[in-house]
Write a protein that binds this ligand. Structure first.
Ligand SMILES: C[S@@+](CC[C@H](N)C(=O)[O-])C[C@H]1O[C@@H](n2cnc3c(N)ncnc32)[C@H](O)[C@@H]1O
Length: 271
């Protein structure tokens, strides 16, 4: 059965506001793999568990047609509000039953989403819908943030470590797949042409406010907020205050460098 953690409208709107587009590093790794396997122009991509569409929209310049699907209506509603690309469409449906024909897809992506799927059913669906030679790209960042700012990085990371520790009791067991670098998922992929790349560090210059916003998009945060609303809000307020004090500024719009650890799985269906 599918796991439903992203149904809230408020969480979907935070996701739209704070969610990250995949970094160029990840996109370059995906397309150098795809380029080695089939020539341009690329036809059809499906982004599974697309959320509010950050990754879906990134694919749009490369493909004639892109479909983003997600099990959460609230997420798809936000994705539809944001799209400006005529070749991108969205649909509410599960990753285990993608509404496209057999052998019709050139590239299937799942960004920060595959750990929620029923892996066995999802991989069967991947095999049904990929064209022979078609590619699968599954990637995610680990929900643990490192921040760099002048000479106070160490102290700021202590603040973020405490924030993350407060969220641990609300963490779904499926996040463990991600913390394990998607090892089991990788081993379940039935293709011989496959690779798993761990420890890809991506760096973003973002305002401190965005870092705090990204933490609120972690699926544990809405559960914490629902269980202990005052404590959850206070934790975020205190984290912001402590960071501002360390940085010697009063503005949360001050930019910091945020580092994320990613894992990427690439695989190709046999010809
Ligand atoms: C962390 S969000 C990632 C969203 C987006 N791909 C991104 O990169 O920001 C995970 C998404 O997976 C979706 N999801 C979870 N289980 C799903 C399933 N079985 N089928 C389709 N989508 C699913 C959730 O609704 C949520 O929008």
């Amino acid at each position: 059965m599918a796991t439903r953690q992203f149904e809230g409208k408020e969480h979907a709107s935070d996701y739209q506001k704070f969610g990250l587009e995949p970094s160029n590093k990840i996109i370059d790794l995906i397309f150098s793999y795809v380029n080695e396997r089939f020539p341009k122009p690329y036809g059809f991509a499906v982004d599974v568990g697309c959320g509010t569409g950050q990754n879906t929209r990134t694919l749009s310049p490369y493909f004639k047609k892109v479909l983003g699907i997600d099990i959460s209506e609230a997420q798809i509603e936000e994705a539809k509000k944001a799209t400006g690309s005529p070749n991108v469409t969205y649909s509410v449906c599960p990753a285990e039953e993608v509404p496209v024909g057999d052998a019709s897809v050139d590239l299937l992506t799942a960004s920060i989403a595959a750990h929620w799927f029923n892996i066995e059913q999802f991989l069967k669906e991947v095999d049904r819908i990929l064209k022979p030679g078609g590619c699968l790209a599954i990637f995610a960042y680990i929900p643990s943030i490192e921040v760099h700012y002048k000479d106070c990085s160490e102290q700021m990371n202590q603040v973020f470590a405490e924030v993350e520790a407060s969220l641990v009791p609300y963490e779904h067991e499926k996040i463990q797949h991600l913390r394990n670098g998607y090892k089991e998922l990788y081993e379940s992929i039935p293709y011989t042409d496959k690779r798993r790349i761990e420890n890809i560090v991506t760096k973003f210059r973002v305002p401190l406010a965005r870092v705090l916003g990204i933490i609120q998009t972690f699926p544990m945060y809405p559960i914490y907020l629902e269980t202990k609303p005052e404590e959850a809000k206070e934790m975020m307020r205190t984290a912001e205050e402590r960071c501002l004090q360390l940085m010697g500024t009063s503005s949360s719009e001050t930019e910091v460098e945020m580092w994320l650890q990613n894992v990427l799985i690439l695989a190709s269906k046999p010809e």
